[in-house]
Ligand binder design. Structure first.
Ligand code: FEO
Length: 396
């Protein structure tokens, strides 16, 4: 079998998941996802981050093909989350003498998930593990994505095995490396991954990037998505931009509407934003578009305008998850505006305003609440001006 080489002795042994509908059972995967794993074959053999349990048979076939009869000496666990670790017990069964390598925080959760692990090797910040010609050095990157997260840097090749950091959604369609694909196809799914997985810990991600800045990085090999061998600076730049909350010029308008009136209002708001010179205006019906896609665009652009009709003196139910995610992930440097229809009770805009107050959103215009449909001239003006005001704040 032809191997996928990062170098002559470092192999890609990951798998594609095109079956799972929802990542972590709540984030849609229209383009699938990859679980990447790597094998270093030297005097000692190290397997870095296994894969999700449903792919065990395919995974072991790939690892054994690359091993050509050798056995695995070390199994490096950079991160305990089951999308990577749920084959740990199977790997140990296959090579019972394998030493499982983790840090002081790794083994508590790992053993809680899979039972006792007999042969453990605990590594600390900066500690090295010699394999022969290759040497792995470990750096802790807590909360990217869990407290125990670390990365392994191979000193001879300059490859960082970065686990979740610098990862992305999207199965690898034949091209494994950044120079083998159209990056535009992967960028949106990378940002969606960032915004919904890593974005909540943007500060820690930034610290991790700064920490790794001292290394001579020739290649970044994450546990999801492309391997960055030609231009690792590109993905470092994107992650830095997102972690610094450097939004682009654009306005995301998201509405929840039962009978189409708040939807009509969204069209007027969008008109105002576009007429004020914003070329990137994105309009989403929160009942039609899964929240992870909205969060991704919300992370990308500076302007956010949310609209909700009333629903029993509260707001349109599907909007609740979005505003919860906004206040949970706290994307910064945004210019917000609010609008919505009163129905018979009012309450949509009031509830949005409550969330805005709790989340300390930067409201840059008066909120607009409309009775019934936006058929009166003054309501049309207020909605149009809301779009214009948010656009002006974005540009300003
Ligand atoms: Fe890909 Fe946080 O696991």
């Amino acid at each position: 079998m032809k191997q996928i080489n990062l170098t002559n002795s470092i192999f890609y042994v990951g798998v594609n998941d095109r079956h799972t509908d929802l990542f972590e059972n709540h984030i849609e995967l229209p383009n699938g996802v990859s679980y990447n794993s790597y094998l270093i074959v030297d005097e000692k053999v190290a397997l870095i981050d296994p894969v999700e349990a449903n792919f065990l048979e395919e995974y072991l076939f790939k690892v054994k093909s690359a091993l050509q009869g050798r056995k695995v000496d070390y199994l490096v666990i950079n991160h305990d989350e089951p999308d990577h670790s749920s084959t740990v017990a199977a790997v140990i069964r296959e090579w019972p003498e394998v030493q499982v390598v983790g840090n002081a925080k790794t083994f508590g959760p790992l053993e809680a998930f899979y039972g006792p692990i007999g042969n453990k090797k605990v590594v600390a910040e900066g500690e090295t593990l010699g394999l022969g010609q290759h040497t792995l050095q470990f750096f802790m990157v807590p909360m990217v994505h869990w407290p125990e997260s670390m990365v392994a840097y191979e000193q001879t090749s300059g490859i960082v095995f970065s686990n979740d950091a610098f990862g992305g959604f999207g199965a690898l369609n034949g091209g494994i490396f950044d120079d083998q694909v159209n990056l535009a196809f992967y960028e949106d799914d990378m940002r969606r991954y960032y915004a919904n997985i890593v974005g909540k810990v943007a500060m820690q991600a930034l610290k991790a990037i700064e920490k790794l800045g001292g290394l001579e990085i020739k290649m970044i090999a994450p546990s999801h998505g492309l391997v960055w061998r030609s231009n690792p600076a590109w993905v470092i730049g994107k992650y830095t931009q997102w972690s610094k909350h450097e939004g682009e010029e654009g306005v995301v308008i998201v509405y929840g509407s039962m009978h189409g009136n708040t939807a009509r209002m969204a069209e007027i708001v969008a008109r105002g934003a576009a007429e004020a010179g914003i070329k990137e205006v994105k309009v989403y019906d929160v009942a039609k578009t899964e929240v992870s896609f909205i969060m991704s665009d919300l992370w990308k652009y500076k302007g956010v305008i949310l609209g909700a009709c009333a629903h029993y003196a509260n707001m349109f139910p599907d909007m609740t998850l979005l505003v919860h995610e906004i206040n949970e992930f706290k994307p910064k440097n945004k210019c917000y505006g609010l609008f919505g229809g009163m129905s018979w009770s009012g309450g949509g805009v009031k509830t949005l305003a409550k969330y805005a107050e709790e989340g300390q959103w930067n409201l840059v215009a008066d909120s607009v609440e409309v009775k019934g449909a936006p058929i009166r001239e003054e309501d049309w003006d207020r909605l149009y001006n809301l779009g214009k005001a948010v656009a002006a704040a974005v540009k300003g």
